[in-house]
Design a protein around this ligand. Structure first.
Ligand SMILES: [Zn+2]
Length: 133
């Protein structure tokens, strides 16, 4: 059930880490969403908005929206990590199946790639970005 080098106690520590991370993200997300609602009702209640103000509000909404998207993505990562713990796949690299270093998991409990694959992935992503310009 536990193919990785993690002991049961390490695994349950990491599981708690992921769960508290998820709770934290969920709380942040709710705070952001109520912020957004407050901002929207502010816009609706002000009758005249000059151009500069309108732009400011739009930029503010964009920032909040992209933050919400980011939080949602991180919550999904947490859920994936919890699922991997349940499935007994946690701690193995999603790409090469090697064990992910414990230090790395401690620093980032939702990591799904080992250091080697992660840097390959980032290199690849940077390449793609550069090519699309
Ligand atoms: Zn790997």
């Amino acid at each position: 059930m536990n193919p990785s080098c993690l002991s049961d106690s390490q695994l349950s520590t990491l599981k708690r880490e992921v769960q508290s991370l998820e709770e934290q993200l969920q709380a942040d997300l709710e705070a952001e969403q109520s912020d957004k609602k407050a901002e929207l009702s502010l816009v609706a209640s002000s009758e005249v908005l000059d151009r500069a103000e309108a732009v400011n509000v739009a930029v503010g909404q964009q920032t909040v929206l992209s933050h919400i998207v980011q939080l949602e993505e991180e919550i999904i990562e947490c859920r994936n990590a919890l699922k991997r713990i349940e499935d007994g796949r946690y701690g193995c690299c999603d790409s090469c199946d090697e064990e992910i270093e414990l230090n790395r998991l401690m620093a980032n409990p939702v990591a799904i790639l080992c250091v080697g694959c992660q840097s390959q992935y980032e290199l690849h992503r940077t390449d793609n970005k550069a090519a699309s310009f």
